[in-house]
Design a protein around this ligand. Structure first.
Ligand code: SF4
Length: 326
């Protein structure tokens, strides 16, 4: 039986970190067993917010793809490609723009939220339209599913509405893709906020062991635990959130009990975590070094992925033009 298709992507804005790994990539790797996967570098999406520093986008594509390969995306099983290499995404985006009411885009929560959170005045047409571009990215591969976190669900809903509207005007061309919700562990950065490159609190996937050690040793802990003898609360401690990802049940129990009873200090607690993080990233780092020394392999993987994606996208566009009689 043919496998179902899924599609997901990341904006190339720099090297990836633990937040990306546990938030999406680990799941992408698993999904390769079950689905035909299309994974793409969303460089046009990066332009919607990074139009004033476009020079970061091209180098970031390669950095990101190397990270993807290092964590286990397999170019034999997955189509790994670059959005802007497949011009059909732009054509479908334009055609969708003709049938999408403006109000549908204005009510997508992330439109206002991003501006509120960042304080950036982003009233561009491109930024307003990016969920529509996302819909084109998904539907051009007639994807059945999109692995997403909770915050992206409204985008998938919009995509389904656009597919339904298009089909109602022009006949059944697109399936209604489903959101494949991913349970994501909390991945705090070294300052306790969500891990993010823009906060300067991230641990990168290719971070050197001594740098990981330094960052984790100075990572924020339960702010109420000021002295070694003060009992702490692991449930409010970002170090403990990382223990939940990396430690086995015995270490977790040791850490939680030792914290609450003040039998261990924060340095002991971090000391148990640090080698686990370093060990788990060691194979990723090793593969990452291999790919950075073999840039031609990255070119070949992207050329092949672009070719496979383009062939599929062209097929869909032929169906779309036929349906629209254009
Ligand atoms: S002992 Fe561990 S869990 Fe408790 S506050 Fe310190 S670092 Fe956090």
């Amino acid at each position: 039986m043919a496998k179902k298709r899924i599609l997901s992507g990341n904006r190339p804005t720099g090297r990836l970190h633990l937040g990306h790994l546990h938030g999406a990539l680990a799941n992408w790797v698993k999904l390769q067993d079950e689905y035909d996967c299309f994974y793409f570098a969303a460089d046009w999406h990066a332009l919607t917010t990074e139009f004033e520093r476009t020079e970061i986008i091209q180098p970031s594509i390669r950095e990101m793809v190397m990270d993807w390969l290092a964590v286990g995306l397999d170019p034999e099983r997955s189509v790994i490609f670059v959005q802007s290499a497949i011009k059909e995404h732009a054509e479908l985006y334009l055609l969708f723009a003709m049938v999408t009411p403006l109000g549908w885009l204005e009510r997508v929560p992330s439109y206002k939220e991003y501006q509120l959170q960042t304080g950036r005045e982003l009233s561009t047409y491109g930024f307003l339209g990016y969920p529509l571009l996302q819909a084109a990215d998904i539907l051009i591969y007639r994807a059945h599913g999109v692995p997403v976190g909770e915050d992206q669900v409204p985008h998938i809903e919009l995509c389904r509405e656009i597919a339904r509207r298009f089909n109602s005007f022009f006949g059944e061309v697109f399936p209604g893709p489903k959101a494949l919700l991913t349970r994501v562990p909390k991945v705090p950065g070294t300052d306790g906020r969500k891990m993010s490159k823009s906060y300067g609190n991230a641990i990168e996937l290719c971070e050197a062991p001594d740098s990981i050690t330094r960052k984790l040793k100075t990572m924020m802990t339960d702010p109420a635990r000021k002295r070694r003898n003060d009992p702490g609360n692991p449930e409010v401690c970002p170090v403990y959130d990382l223990h939940k990802i990396y430690s086995n049940p015995e270490v977790l129990q040791w850490s939680a009990h030792g914290c609450r009873s003040a039998e261990i200090g924060c340095l002991d607690c971090k000391g148990a975590l640090i080698p686990l993080v370093i060990q788990s990233l060691a194979p990723v780092r090793e593969k990452r070094i291999y790919f950075s020394e073999h840039p031609r392999e990255i070119d070949e993987i992207l050329e092949d992925g672009n070719r496979r994606a383009r062939a599929f996208a062209q097929e869909t566009m032929a169906l779309v033009r036929q349906a629209m009689k254009i």
